[in-house]
Design a protein around this ligand. Structure first.
Ligand SMILES: Nc1nc2c(ncn2[C@@H]2O[C@H](COP(=O)(O)OP(=O)(O)OP(=O)(O)O)[C@@H](O)[C@H]2O)c(=O)[nH]1
Ligand SMILES: [Zn+2]
Length: 185
């Protein structure tokens, strides 16, 4: 359950911790804004992708489906800073396909949580396998982590690329080559 009051208290403490005065005019509403913001950007925590992926349509001869360049933002669980990028999804249907928007919605469900990029990538692939009973799924995510850009090692522009293959994509390298051609144009 999302606790708006706790986030507000924590935000006031955070402001004090960095030497700010939570009572100054510009900051008075900040705890409430931050609480609303977290409820929004962590809104995937109470969602299950099955809710979306249950919308399916029959196909008799379904080839690979690729949705590329799905923009997303998530929060790294180590620093609570955003990581931002694009997800590319492929799956091999098993008699049924889902609605195109549902692939992007599945990314949203898992991105709107505290995450590791590797886990996000695997969770999307596993959801497609389970909920669509797909013959295979492949998810590639490219993202820039603000915790590497704004602080710490300070390497803005660095892209982290993660890839998870399930089912037929684990054994059929031709399919994986096709995916890369489709994603890279
Ligand atoms: N594998 C993985 N690591 C991540 C992700 N997001 C952030 N990290 C890393 O998590 C690590 C945490 O390392 P720590 O040494 O515990 O924390 P830190 O002292 O803040 O690390 P630096 O970022 O190197 O300053 C860092 O190397 C981050 O780059 C992610 O999605 N996946
Ligand atoms: Zn981080």
């Amino acid at each position: 359950m999302f606790d708006q009051e706790k986030i507000q208290q924590a935000t006031r403490l955070l402001l004090e911790g960095i030497g700010e005065d939570p009572q100054r005019e510009g900051l008075l509403e900040t705890p409430a804004r931050v609480a609303r913001m977290y409820e929004e950007i962590c809104g995937g925590m109470n969602q299950d992708p099955a809710e979306y992926l249950s919308t399916t349509f029959e196909v008799s001869d379904g080839g690979m489906v690729v949705e590329r360049d799905i923009p997303f933002h998530s929060l790294c669980e180590h620093h609570l800073l955003p990581f931002v990028g694009k997800a590319h999804i492929a799956y091999m249907p098993n008699g049924r396909v889902t609605g195109l928007s549902k692939l992007a919605r599945t990314v949203e469900v898992y991105a709107r949580r505290l995450q590791l990029q590797e886990r996000l990538t695997a969770q999307v692939a596993d959801a497609l396998m389970k909920e669509l009973d797909a013959k295979g799924a492949l998810v590639m995510i490219e993202a820039e982590h603000m915790c590497m850009s704004m602080r710490g090692v300070q390497k803005p522009g660095t892209q982290t690329v993660t890839l998870v293959k399930r089912g037929v994509f684990e054994t059929d390298s031709q399919l994986v080559d096709d995916f890369f051609r489709m994603v890279r144009r």
